[in-house]
Each structure stands twice: as C-alpha cells, then as structure tokens.
Design a binder for this molecule. Structure first.
Ligand SMILES: *Cc1c(COP(=O)(O)O)cnc(C)c1O
Length: 393
C-alpha cells in the first residue's frame, strides 16, 4: 500500500534537497545559551529566541523542580473536564499584571493561542485585517475562521487604511499584527494602527511573541513602547522565547474575550493543560521580571552595541528596534555561503532568502541575547569581517 506514496515522498524530498531548501537539524549537546556544544565543539549561538538568556537560568530550573515536587509531573487532562491547578491561575494572573490586561488564558503554545483565537469570536459577518508578514500561526488561525479576510502590506498604513475602508461593510473588524516581524526585526507601528482602529471602528490584536520581554524599556512589549498599555483588545504571546524558552502560550486582554475563549476555543478545550513544572517556572520568571530590569537593560545595550559596531565596519544592517538584526547580503547563494563560513568560525547565524524574504533581499539574521557578553559580540563581528574578506576578497 505504501510503495507509490513512498516513491512520491522520496521524489519530493529529493526536489527539496536539490533546491537547497532541505532543513538539516543541528544537534546541541548542552543547555541552550550563548555558548553551546555542537558535535563536541564549543560554538556561539546567535540564532536562538533566547532573548533574555533565561533558557538555562538556574532559578527557573529550581522553580520548575519545586513545582514538580509540589504539583507533580503532568495534568493528564484538559481544563474544562478536570479543572486546573492553583499554579495555572497564578501564572495567568502574573501575565495579566505584566501586560496590564484584564484576564489571561493559557495554551500549550502560542501556535495554539493564535489557532484558537479567531473562530470562537468572529463569524462570516465580521472582518479580519491582517499584516502580510504575520506569523504562520496567525494565518492558520484566520483560515479556521469564517470572517472575511483583508490583507495589508507589511506595516503599510496607507494600505491598512484602504483595507479598513473596504471592511466597513462587515459587523465587527479586527486588525491583527505581529509585534516584531521576525525577518526584519521591525516593530509594528502600533500608534498609527491604533489611530486607524479608532477612526474606522476596529479592534486590535498584537502577537507579542518576538516583542514581549524585549521591546519597551521594561520589556512589556509594543504596548509599552507606544504607551498603549490596557488599550489593545487582544495580545497573544509565548513562554517559548524571551520568557524562558520552554513551552506555553497565552492570550491576554479584555475580560469578556478571554471568558469566551474559555468557553469555545478549541485548542484550549481539546488539548492538555500546561505541565506544573513549566507553570511554576513561569510564575518565578514573571516575579524576576518585576524585581529587576537588568536583563532587558543588558539586551538593549547588547543590541545597540552590535548594530553600531557592524555599521562602523561597513555592514548593511536593517534598522531594528528588537533583538533581531538583519545583516543584508541581498544575493541568495552568497547568504548561504556567509552562513556556512560563519558556522566554520564557530558562530551560529541563519541565512534567509526567497521565499522566506523578498527576492533579492537575502540576509543573515543575527539574534542578540542578554546571555551574550561583549566578547561574544566582538567574536561575532570579527567573524563577519573575516568571512566578508574571504567571500568578497
Ligand atoms: C514563535 C512564534 C509563535 C509560536 O510560538 P510557540 O509558543 O512556539 O508556538 C507565534 N507567533 C509568533 C509571532 C512567533 O514568533
């Protein structure tokens, strides 16, 4: 029964490989951090979402262990059937306090939060107006919902206004955007989006996955950056990036919206509750965020330093207000050469090219972390210089 299908898959896989698009996984033999072990060799990691350097934080590991000792390993149930633990409610409250929102609902991942947010709230009478570069999970979530879809060019406010005008025929409207776009590191222009939302009677949803913990003086995300705390109807986010990097997602915002998601959001109703160890560590993580701003300050200083030094060395970097720095190479093949040679130098960065980014805009994406020390950043910059010399002559 399998033979024909097997041949079909083998051919497709060979095509992917031939196109240079086959994704080879790197095997890490150490905890996640600035320095990692790969194939017995120490390397510097510049391609993790470990923005605050918490992925191997000792206090969080301790908190997770204590949480497991106190509340066990797993929940083995969905919440509407078996309920949840006191820990889950505490974590939801911590997230609401962090973002200045009314209530929060936890998911296994932000992919689930985005997958389960539209369909319970909107119908065919309504409109979703979505940025063209929004994350795959938002695109999938929108697909599951019957609302009329409008798309505007990335962060293009004139186009958003056109789409909002077109969407006046619908009953309710919601504008959906990533907080930080992962390929350029640009922050969504939430001030202007909010203004247009007021003018055209629309709600706003921001996915803070790459911005939470990073953007804003205290890392409260784009609502802090634009002074809009408490004003945005829906925020989604992940515990899998800056916030420790383990797992877990959330939707936070207006009380009635969260209430309705608890009644009808399918990934919440039909998927397991977060494991107690992760929830306990999440609580400790948000406590740490409110005790000190050290990590955010270090991340911001690191990012400023890296961008400034790279520009001084003549590299063409996109302006960034996040921890994502796009070093523009433009040529696709060359970007792959850069990434491979950087890896030989013991520096992990990722080269992206079409179709992940527009044609002719290939780049090396560097992700900065509070875990990086100056010497790590300097090594990365030196490696870029050496590799450029080798490639460009
Ligand atoms: C990473 C990411 C997600 C998915 O988060 P998980 O918790 O890992 O599922 C969703 N949205 C955006 C914008 C992301 O960057």
């Amino acid at each position: 029964m399998y033979t024909n299908f097997q041949q079909h898959l083998q051919k497709e896989l060979a095509d992917i490989e031939a196109a240079g698009l086959y994704k080879h996984e790197r095997i890490i033999e150490s905890p996640q951090g600035a320095e990692i072990m790969v194939a017995g060799k120490k390397c510097l990691n510049f391609c993790a979402n470990n923005y605050l350097g918490l992925a191997a934080n000792k206090e969080l590991v301790e908190a997770a262990k204590k949480g497991m000792d106190a509340r066990g390993f797993g929940m083995a149930s969905v919440r509407f059937i078996c309920g949840c633990q006191d820990l889950h409610k505490q974590l939801e409250k911590k997230i609401s306090e962090f973002f200045g929102t009314e209530d929060t609902i936890l998911y296994a991942a932000c992919f689930d939060a985005n997958g389960g947010v539209f369909e319970p709230l909107l119908t065919a009478e309504d409109a979703i107006i979505s940025d063209s570069l929004n994350h795959a999970s938002i695109i999938d979530g929108v697909r599951l919902c019957k609302a009329v879809r409008y798309r505007y060019k990335n962060a293009d406010m004139a186009d958003l206004e056109e789409q909002l005008k077109a969407a006046q025929a619908q009953r309710f409207r919601i504008i959906v955007t990533d907080g930080v776009f992962s390929m350029d590191g640009n922050v969504c222009p939430l001030d202007k989006i909010y203004e247009l939302a007021q003018k055209y009677d629309a709600m706003v949803m921001v996915d803070e996955s790459h911005s939470a913990g990073v953007v804003g003086k205290t890392g409260r995300g784009v609502t802090e950056r634009y002074n809009l705390r408490g004003k945005i109807e829906i925020l989604t986010g992940t515990l899998g990036k800056a916030f420790g990097g383990a797992m877990g997602g959330f939707t936070t915002g207006r009380k009635e919206i969260i209430d309705m998601l608890r009644q009808r959001s399918r990934p919440y109703l039909f998927s397991n509750s977060m494991a107690p160890g992760l929830v306990a560590a999440g609580i400790r993580m948000f406590e740490m965020m409110s005790e000190t701003n050290e990590l955010q300050d270090k991340l911001h200083a690191n990012t400023d330093y890296f961008l400034r030094r790279m520009k001084e060395e003549g590299f063409d970097c996109k302006p960034s207000e996040s921890a994502i720095c796009a070093v523009m190479i433009y040529d696709a093949a060359k970007s792959q050469k850069y990434a491979a040679k950087m890896q030989e130098e013991g520096i992990f960065v990722t080269g992206f090219y079409y179709p992940v980014v527009p044609k002719g805009e290939a780049r090396i994406r560097v992700q900065i972390s509070a875990a990086h020390e100056r010497e790590h950043l300097d090594k990365c910059i030196e490696a870029f210089k050496k590799v450029r010399k080798e490639i460009e002559g």
